[in-house]
Structures are given as C-alpha cells and as structure tokens.
Design a protein around this ligand. Structure first.
Ligand code: GUN
Ligand code: ZN
Length: 657
C-alpha cells in the first residue's frame, strides 16, 4: 500500500496505492463538502481528497444517492477519496447518531478508498481519567473496525487514529496497540486545538510520541493540519498526509494562507505571492468583489500556496535539505521556533532514520542547527574514537580543511600538562561550527566538509565549542590550541609553545582513518594491508581507487568521500569486523539470489547491524555468517527491520563461484 522513494530525517517521499490510483506523498487532501462544494480542487493540484461520510449519512438525499451512484460520483472526483467518520462532530456536539460498525459499513457501501473508524478525539490538556477512558473506546473501535474488515473481506483501506490527548505515555500506548492491528494508515488525531492555539512545542511531543511507536511502512496523516506553515516540520517528523479545510474556511474569512503565516485581506497593500490570483488582482480588486467571487479566488490562492509548499518539501527530501527548510519555515513564528528547539529532544530517534550522506550540504541556519542529528552522530563517533596522546586544535580554513593546511602551523597555546610534542602521537583536529572538532584525516567525509556556517560565531556556538573542548580535552595528556581559537573563544590560556608543528599528509593514514570512522575502529589496518597503491583523479587530485598490488580494495565515492567496497574489500571487511558489524543477515530462501548479485528485499532480512544507515556499504551474509554478497543499504537498520515490502540493499556483487 505504501512505498518509500526517498527520505530525509524522518520525512519520506512515498507512493500510496489505492484502487482509484497512486498518490505521491507528502500529499494534501483538500476537504470536500458533500453538498456545498463549489471549488474544483483537482484543477488546483489535488490528487486525493477527503470528505465526511457522517455528513453524507445524516443527509437523507445524499445518504441514498451515495449508495446508488457511489461516493466518487456524488462528490464528482475520480481520484482516491478518504472519508472521516463523524469523530469531529462527536468532539464538537458530544454525540453522533451512528455506531462504529455502522459507519465502517456505510463507508464501504459507498465505495470510499480509505475509511475511518469512530475514534474519540480527546482534546489536549484534559484530566488524565478522561483521556484514559476515551482512549479505551478509541482502541476498542479500531479493533472492531479491523476485525470487521477482515471478516467481510473488505477492500477499503482503513485508518486507525492515534489519540491520547497530551499524555505522552497514552500516545505511546495507543500507537503501540494500534500498530499490532495491521491497519492500513495511521492518522494522528486531536491536534487541531494544539495548532490553533500555537502549542507547536506540544505538537512536536504529541506527534513524536505517536510516531516513534508506529510502523514505518505505513502512511501517517496529521489530521486537520492544513496550514502550509507547519507542513515542513510535520513531514520532518514523519507525516505523509495532511488535510485542509483551512483553504476554504480561511477564504470565507478573507484570510490568505502563506508559509510565513496568515494575511488578512483588510491589511493587505500587496498580494503576497505570484499565483494566478495574486498576479492578476490587487487587494483593492478583491475587496471590491462580491463575497462569493472573492472567496473562491482566495481559496484558489490558498490551495496554490499549499500545493507549492508540498512540492518544495518533496524536492527538499530528494536533495536532503529538509531540515534547512524546516529551520527556515519555523522562523515564521516564535512558537514554531520552540517546535524546532523541541525536536532536539528526539535527536537520537531522528539519527536512526537520517541517511548517512545527502546530495546537499549541511547549512547552519542558527544555534538550532547544533542540535541536528548529523551533529549528534559525529559527536558519538568522536567519543568512540581511540585517542592519541596529544590533541592539536587548528582554526577553520577553507574546506576540505586538510587540503589547505601546509607548512609550520605557528605558535600554540598549551592546555594541560606541558611536555614535548610528539607529532606522531597527536590527533590533529580543526575546531569549527557546526561539527565541533573535525579530525583532519576524515574531514572530507560527508558532512564534515560539505557544510557551511557563518564565519562570525554567535555566542551559542562559542558556548557549544567550549563544552566540546571541555569534554574532549580531558581525554588527552596535552592539548595545543591555535591562538585564533583561544582568541575567538576567549580562553584563559597563557603558556605558548613554539615547537615545530606541521601536519604531515599521508594518504594511507587518511584511508585507514576513514575506514575506521566508516566501518569501525581497527578496520582500516585490516582493509589496507599489503602493497597499497592509491590512484588519484588527474583533474581534482582526489583519491579515487585503492589497490593492493593490482587488486582493487575500495573506491572512494567522489560526492561524499565514503569508501565503496570491491569484492576484495568486502572479503577483508568481513574478516576484519566480527559479526554483526556491517552485516545484513538474510534467510535461506534468499541466499541464491544474494549470491547471484540480486538486490535484497526487507522481508528476507533476519537481522542486521543496528548502526546501518541509508547509503552505508554493507556485507550480506547468511545465518552462519558466510559472506554471500555486498552492497549499499537503501534504508537504516530500524527501517529494514520494520519493512515487509521493497528493497533494503542494492547489491553490488554476489560471491557465486
Ligand atoms: N479531524 C481532525 N481531528 C480529528 C480526529 O482526531 N479524529 C478524526 N476522526 N477526525 C479528525
Ligand atoms: Zn497567491
């Protein structure tokens, strides 16, 4: 039902399959009013819409008409249609004239593509007892709906809505219970009051505490989210679907949506975008129009900006710049900035999903960028790294730093016990924003060179670098710090040394360090033994191929400097790192396919190294740890374990004799 095509953070570009066609996600479903709809949303970019089955059911004419002619004819839309169940009316009026079973049955009868059970949208910040008792009913009804679907062989896809108010343990519990049900889609409910009251920080908690317990291989819908200002944030957290009544409700009220917030027509001197409406009319033109004409034009603008934002988000996922977009969008309102700051609390989880390397560079957009999962990931690697005796800290230069460092590096301040400098027993690292300390040998690996930050350090960045220093300096006997760093961070150091400090570039040392960082400490020695030949690009001077004699061991990927295995490299890695490091274990059935060099599907994977991330080089082995093949992971470990469909590993070669 749902396939993932590209990912960034927890965000995905995917395809949702329905019997009325495929939908590219993230997608927006405009809300269609079954009786009053006047705007042709398809014309403005809608591939899927949502309407309310309960409103149809409650209307004597529509109720029968939908049964006779079908829902798609009733609302005049031939693409996929999702229906809601009356839960919203339940939350507003306290009661509805339909049972859970009846509404599921009715949705099936009228031919909806995706139906919804009668969940109870429990408002935020209610008493715990209320949230608990509502939740019990919501889960019960979801179970009833899924059972009903199974018993009657119903084709209609089914939503199971996550509730639990603002109690994080209840959200978690609900999501875990619902994921056992095998529902087709998982919406996150009762978030509208949070968004309307600008409780975006709480929105992050509610969404993340639901999301972390939902399966990754199904689509998630942020119910009632229709303001384009929050789309990027929600997508980064893993939301695939949005629905919008906002486009028409705001238009009724003479309000124009934008990613920067909402504009009231009465305050507009200039039209806010370049859509057809904004290009053709002035605010005065609109104000002079009859109400209905004006409303339709504003609704058209609202749909335009909403779909444009989703296109931009999908493009950002393809190129790997989703977080840059989120950070930009969340500057539209301080409450949204809180949301970005709150994301930091879930970084360990984001890190498990974020691809290892991306097409676009990491941009520092403000102190919030220091909390991104790429930074956390590098920090964790540095912590694990075996340390030399001394540390020499250099100031940033052009990137890659190692390329622009030569000759005597000047006088250094000393921090810690002073003794003779042993250059061979020293780690050379550049101190910079946003990655803190970057060992020179590995500085070409994504994103350590593929990033940009302002040269003027803000005070948050300085504090961050000082904490970094405190943490890592303690691991060395002597730390030598370049005067520019001492000055910029205002460090209280007095003793200067003028020993001859030079960084000696050494290709093999560098390759070993990269292999250690990429595959695990100690792998470098084992991978690059023998008569090592390094072949470089004539044009760029960058390392391209590494041989032992004439046997290729690895290639270095030009875009991110990660090492790409050859047959020999895979064998050496297999021998060097013990099970389960860098491994994906496949079952007996898929063994011949792997040996043959065919790609590995998720459902054949028995287990895998938990450190695998998308774009990693991996070994494909059987349960006896026999090396069958090697390839590039398309997913991270959590996703490989979670998915039952689709490719997990793009195999490079199999070891068939
Ligand atoms: N529309 C907006 N919020 C909700 C919700 O929590 N449940 C359902 N079924 N529909 C909604
Ligand atoms: Zn416009």
């Amino acid at each position: 039902m749902f396939e993932i095509k590209a990912k960034d953070m927890r965000g995905r570009v995917g395809v949702l399959k329905t019997k009325h066609g495929d939908v590219k996600t993230p997608a927006l479903m405009p809300v269609i009013h079954p009786r009053k709809q006047e705007i042709d949303v398809k014309k403005y970019g809608a591939d899927i819409v949502i309407t309310n089955a309960y409103l149809i059911y409650k209307d004597e004419d529509l109720k029968q008409k939908a049964i006779d002619e079908g829902l798609h004819n009733l609302i005049n839309f031939d693409g996929p249609v999702m229906t809601d169940s009356g839960s919203f009316q339940l939350s507003v009026y306290g009661d509805v004239d339909i049972t859970n079973k009846e509404v599921i049955e009715y949705q099936e009868m009228i031919g909806t593509d995706i139906g919804t059970s009668l969940d109870i949208p429990t408002a935020p910040f209610v008493e715990r007892e209320k949230a608990e008792s509502d939740l019990e009913i919501t889960i019960e009804r979801a179970k009833e709906a899924v059972e009903f679907k199974k018993q009657n062989n119903i084709e209609m896809l089914l939503n199971s809505v996550v509730q639990g108010s603002t109690f994080m343990d209840l959200r978690q519990k609900c999501a875990s219970e619902l994921s056992k049900l095998d529902a087709d889609l998982y919406p996150i409910g009762a978030v509208v009051p949070l968004m309307e009251s600008y409780h975006y920080k709480e929105l992050v908690d509610v969404v993340m505490n639901s999301m972390m317990y939902l399966p990754d291989n199904t689509a998630r819908h942020l119910m009632g989210a229709g303001h384009p200002m929050v789309f990027a944030l929600a997508v980064a957290m893993g939301c695939d679907l949005f629905d919008s009544a906002a486009y028409i409700l705001y238009a009724e009220d003479d309000r124009l949506l934008s990613t920067r917030g909402t504009f009231k027509l009465e305050n507009l001197q200039e039209m806010p975008c370049s859509c057809e409406v904004c290009s053709k009319y002035t605010p005065d033109d609109l104000r002079a129009m009859p109400k209905k004409e004006r409303r339709d034009l504003i609704a058209q603008h609202n749909l335009h900006v909403s779909f444009a934002e989703l296109r931009l988000i999908r493009q950002a996922i393809y190129e790997g710049s989703l977080m840059e977009l989120v950070e930009e969008r969340c500057r539209a309102h301080p409450a949204l900035l809180d949301a970005v700051r709150q994301l930091k609390n879930y970084n360990e989880n984001f890190e498990q999903y974020d691809p290892r390397s991306k097409k676009s560079a990491f941009f520092y957009t403000g102190p919030e960028s220091l909390g991104r999962s790429e930074v956390l990931r590098h920090h964790d690697k540095l912590q694990e790294m075996p340390k030399k005796r001394d540390l020499i800290i250099l100031p940033p230069s052009r990137k890659p730093y190692s390329k622009f460092i030569s000759g005597k590096l000047g006088e250094f301040y000393v921090c810690g016990k002073r003794h003779d400098v042993h250059l061979d027993d020293s780690d050379f690292m550049v101190m910079d924003i946003p990655f803190g300390l970057i060992p020179l040998e590995i500085d070409e690996l994504y994103p350590l060179s593929q990033n940009a930050a302002p040269k003027i350090w803000d005070s948050d960045s300085k504090d961050y670098l000082k904490t970094f220093l405190d943490e890592f300096a303690g691991e060395y006997e002597q730390v030598l710090i370049h005067p520019r760093i001492v000055r910029n961070l205002d460090l209280d150091l007095k003793d200067k040394v003028d020993d001859e400090i030079r960084y000696a570039k050494d290709d093999v040392k560098k390759l070993k360090a990269i292999a250690d960082y990429q595959f695990g400490w100690g792998v470098g020695e084992a991978l690059f033994k023998g008569n090592i030949n390094v072949e470089k690009s004539k044009k760029t001077g960058k390392i391209r191929h590494i041989y032992d004699g004439k046997t290729l061991i690895v290639n270095m990927r030009a875009s991110d400097s990660y090492l790409v295995l050859s047959k020999e490299g895979a064998k050496r890695l297999h021998a060097a790192a013990s099970y389960p490091k860098n491994r994906v274990v496949v079952n007996k059935d898929s063994e011949p396919f792997a040996l043959d060099g065919k790609s590995v599907f998720s459902k054949f994977v028995i287990e895998c190294d938990e450190n695998i991330r998308a774009r990693d080089e991996v070994l494909i082995v059987n349960e006896e740890d026999k090396l069958l093949a090697y390839g590039k992971s398309l997913l991270s470990a959590v996703e490989i374990n979670n998915f039952q469909t689709g490719q997990a590993i793009k195999t490079r070669k199999g070891f068939k004799k």
